[in-house]
Design a protein around this ligand. Structure first.
Ligand code: TYM
Length: 338
């Protein structure tokens, strides 16, 4: 099994990223060959500051290591270091339907919220994402629920590529998403109808992985619930359901167990207290390790460079096959190796 996922080096990473994705990355290291990519080329599709991008890339690299990624057990790298991603994006563009890209929810949402330029890069974002995964012939893609449509598109792209250029072979592997059954969509604590997010969410309703324990406690204490007192999940109780899911993940229980354990609670105050304790216990050690790891940019750069060399080794084989099948570049036997 080969696992691949990507994460953007933008903004501070929040509890949704941690529960929906990062936690799964850490587990993936024990399940198979795992590649994790910090996607700086995706980050430039909306307005950004070049200096901040470099520094937030190191922030995220240190955060991922602090959360439990181990450069000995996975390949952690920066997307722009492996040139195959950009090349494959262009090659795959020829088997990507324009209409499919127009239907992407994330493009619609993000383009609507851009105040200045809606870049062509934002429209092409899902093709780059397909290239990320398909370049490694990955089987599993751990993501949160909001990336479901993007993973479906990359499957369609692989299928269309194989049909058009594969000559009966699966040149590109059709990957599967791994969306967790609990915690795939953590909601904003202040507005539980909206997913927790760095852009567009409320500051008070977003728990950052690096928030101080006291801040976490405060944000959870002020989470929006409803006027009842029953601690059960239901569509009418979005805020309470969200807290139950968070508590389940943070305390290593199922939501059903949490509901049973909370049956004697005196009300939502008890629930919030338990959530705050569990979230602080889960995130505090990450924060402590982060501070130490972030201080050594040289070491982070070394990890990323090693990761890129290992990633490129894999991706270059796929690209050689793709070029050959598409009739692009010199034929394989005469092409000089880079
Ligand atoms: P990004 O950086 O926005 O988010 C990283 C991961 O966090 C998940 N996530 C959530 N999970 C649960 N609840 C939430 N509220 C929540 N918010 C975010 C996301 O689903 C994601 O898994 N396009 C991707 C990055 C990417 C990628 C890839 C992913 C680039 N190439 C290839 C997989 C494979 C993104 O924007 O992630």
């Amino acid at each position: 099994m080969r696992i691949f996922s990507g994460i953007q080096p933008t903004g501070s990473k929040h509890l949704g990223n941690y529960i929906g994705a990062i936690r799964q990355y850490v587990e993936g290291q024990d399940r198979g060959e795992a590649l994790y990519c910090i996607v700086d080329l995706h980050a430039i599709t909306v307005s950004y500051d070049p200096h901040e991008l470099r520094s937030s890339l190191y922030d995220l690299c240190a955060l991922l290591l602090a959360a439990g990624l181990d450069a000995q057990r996975c390949i952690l790298f920066r997307q722009s270091d492996v040139l195959e991603h950009a090349e494959l994006t262009w090659l795959l563009a020829s088997v990507t339907a324009f209409g499919d890209l127009q239907r992407m929810h994330q493009f619609k949402d993000k383009s609507a919220s851009q105040r200045e330029l809606v870049s062509g890069g934002l429209f092409f974002y899902p093709v780059l994402m397909a290239a990320d995964v398909l370049a490694y012939r990955a089987t599993d893609v751990p993501v949160g629920d909001d990336q479901r449509q993007h993973v479906e598109l990359m499957r369609d792209i692989a299928i269309r590529f194989n049909a058009r250029f594969g000559g009966g072979e699966e040149v590109l592997l059709v990957p599967e998403h791994r969306i967790p059954s609990v915690g795939a969509r953590i909601m904003d604590l202040q507005d539980p109808a909206r997913k927790m997010s760095t852009t567009g969410g409320s500051e008070q309703g977003t728990i950052y992985v690096l928030d101080e324990p006291a801040t976490i406690v405060k944000k959870i204490a002020s989470a929006v619930t409803d006027s009842g007192r029953e601690i059960v999940r239901s569509p009418e109780k979005a805020g309470v359901s969200n807290l139950i899911e968070i508590l389940a993940v943070a305390s290593g229980r199922t939501p059903q167990q949490v509901e049973a354990d909370m049956a004697d609670a005196r009300g939502y105050g008890d629930l919030k207290k338990a959530v705050a304790e569990a979230v602080v216990a889960m995130l505090a050690p990450v924060r402590e390790r982060y501070v130490r790891l972030r201080a050594d940019e040289g070491a982070l750069e070394q990890i990323l460079a090693d990761g890129a060399a290992r990633a490129s080794e894999i991706a270059s084989h796929t690209l050689a096959d793709v070029r050959e099948r598409m009739g692009v570049g010199a034929p394989r036997q005469t092409r000089t190796l880079r």
